[in-house]
Design a protein around this ligand. Structure first.
Ligand SMILES: [Zn+2]
Ligand SMILES: [Zn+2]
Length: 377
């Protein structure tokens, strides 16, 4: 391990760097060396892993203390276990949004308190339109969410002195019971029934939250729709879920659901639509204009001699790509529009058409043969 670089040196920060400085240094280096920006570059790959490892250790207070004391030669070995650091996958997007933090905070079993108590995760569903996805709109969501009771600061007690160490479990939260089962003595560990695993009991409950430690309030959340969002994308807000007494709040997930568009189907960055046209339009060719999700008119050129079930590609007018620049395409599927009813004059027009370029009965067999041949090739 002698050739291993100092973690502070890797991140280019001083030994007394604050958490914010560490985060800033990590973010900028991780973005620089991210594999998406440096495909097939083993040097960047190595550096990306190196900054991850340095940040994982230094962003964890316990690990940082250990490292400051022993450097890379901690008596307990590598903090990542015998295999050493293996690297983690981080989306480039997460480096911009801050979504990477949860990866590191959970790395050493952190993110949970020593008792491992954690509130429930909460899932909120929110409907958005395809246009909103296109525009990467900022949306506001109102929801009734539980948060830590302000009057007792989540303890559930009327005053701090009303919190008492549970005498049943001696503050451990767990009790060990022994039972004789045949020749064996069986040991059972369970949550303490008196304090329900918390380790404390409350003498006088908080009147605001009646001891639950949390209160539900109408809250407004603002967030920006990420580029190229697909139906069902879940955005996580750490610690905004259900709070819990003497533990860490759960996470809030916001699931973005995209309302069906009036005519587009979505396939990743590409959009697909069906365009019904009359027989004359297909025969003679035409130009169709439609309002489009990007706010501009979309012009579809239908060449003369088009057939139903042929497709026309309109390049670069689809949804933005999730990563990188540019947009997908729009595929237009041609459909033949056949009027359900027609009047006398239309009938005579059609009769005229049939006599001038309808398919004569004598040629049907040849056409059937040609059609089958085309399909095979
Ligand atoms: Zn107890
Ligand atoms: Zn309270």
């Amino acid at each position: 391990m002698a050739d291993k670089r100092d973690y502070y040196e890797v991140l280019g920060v001083s030994k007394d760097a604050t958490d914010t400085e560490l985060k800033k240094a990590f973010r900028s280096l991780a973005r620089k060396f991210h594999p998406d920006k440096n495909p097939d570059d083993s040097e960047s790959e190595h550096l990306f892993k190196e900054v991850q490892e340095a940040y994982a250790v230094l962003s964890n207070p316990d690990q940082r203390r250990q490292y400051d004391m022993f450097g890379h030669d901690s008596p307990s070995g590598s903090p990542f276990g015998p295999g050493g650091f293996q690297g983690v996958n981080i989306n480039l997007d997460d480096l911009f949004s801050g979504g990477f933090e949860s990866i590191f905070s959970g790395m050493f079993g952190g993110g949970r308190t020593s008792r491992g108590r954690r509130g429930e995760d909460v899932l909120l569903r929110h409907q958005i339109s395809l246009e909103q996805v296109f525009n990467e709109d900022e949306i506001e969501i109102s929801a009734k969410l539980s948060s830590t009771c302000e009057s007792c600061d989540g303890s559930g007690a009327d005053s701090p002195s009303d919190v008492q160490r549970c005498s049943t479990c001696d503050g451990q939260g767990r009790i060990v019971q022994q039972a004789r089962v045949g020749p064996f003595v069986q040991q059972m560990v369970s949550d303490c029934p008196d304090c329900r695993g918390i380790g404390n009991t409350i003498r006088k409950r908080c009147s605001e939250c009646r001891g639950s430690g949390s209160s539900a309030r109408e809250q407004k959340l603002r967030l920006q729709i990420p580029r190229g969002t697909e139906d069902g994308l879940r955005l996580r807000q750490r610690g905004k879920g259900e709070p819990i007494a003497n533990g860490q709040s759960g996470d809030l997930y916001i699931q973005l659901e995209i309302e069906p568009h009036s005519w587009f189907e979505r396939d990743g960055p590409d959009l697909i639509m069906a365009l019904p046209l009359g027989y004359p339009e297909m025969m003679l060719g035409t130009q169709v204009e439609l309002p489009h999700i990007d706010g501009k008119t979309m012009v579809i050129d239908i060449p003369a001699g088009s057939k139903p079930s042929e497709t026309i590609l309109v390049r670069g007018r689809g949804m933005p790509h999730r990563r990188g620049r540019g947009r997908g395409d729009v595929t237009v599927l041609l459909k033949l529009h056949v009027p359900k009813k027609f009047d006398k004059s239309m009938r005579s027009l059609l009769e005229d058409m049939r006599s001038s370029f309808g398919l004569p009965e004598s040629e049907i067999e040849d056409e059937v043969r040609r059609e089958a041949h085309d399909r095979r090739n």
